[in-house]
Design a protein. Structure first.
Length: 146
């Protein structure tokens, strides 16, 4: 049986006037992930402060979900602003692509799949928990205004 841990893991997301995220394998311990969040014009840290240690079960669940998402179909939109993501993740198969999205909601399944891998001291609910909360809160505020 193959190891459940990835050989390569790189995920970068940038949103126009929004948060930027970087998740990549830790150079010193390939079983851990560096987890970073920043804003436009502020670069990612060379040595990140947030490090997550996904379990074997979490890696296996993520790999299965990754292959089922059909990420290539997201790139059919042909929009060059909004949100941009760059992915290179290799378990048994390589998933490598750059995608430009105009609509953030298409990223929700990917964020849900990534979030358990990013739980650490700085992000106890995961890197994308805040994004999901803000999206829900925004909908509530919008409904209240009407």
């Amino acid at each position: 049986m193959a190891q459940p841990f990835p050989k390569k893991f790189y995920y970068e997301e940038q949103s126009y006037f929004g948060s930027h995220y970087l998740i990549d394998l830790n150079e010193n311990d390939r079983l851990r992930l560096n987890v970073q969040e920043t804003s436009p014009c502020i670069p990612f840290l060379k040595e990140p402060l947030s490090i997550a240690t996904p379990t074997e079960k979490q890696w296996q669940a993520f790999e299965k979900k990754l292959y089922s998402l059909g990420l290539e179909s997201l790139n059919e939109e042909g929009i060059c602003d909004g949100t941009w993501i760059d992915i290179w993740i290799t378990f048994r198969k390589k998933v490598k692509l750059s995608i430009h999205l105009g609509e953030y909601t298409k990223l929700k399944p990917l964020h849900r799949a990534l979030n358990p891998l990013t739980k650490c001291r700085e992000y106890p609910r995961g890197l994308f928990a805040k994004v999901a909360h803000e999206s829900i809160q925004s909908k509530r505020n919008c409904n209240e205004e009407w």
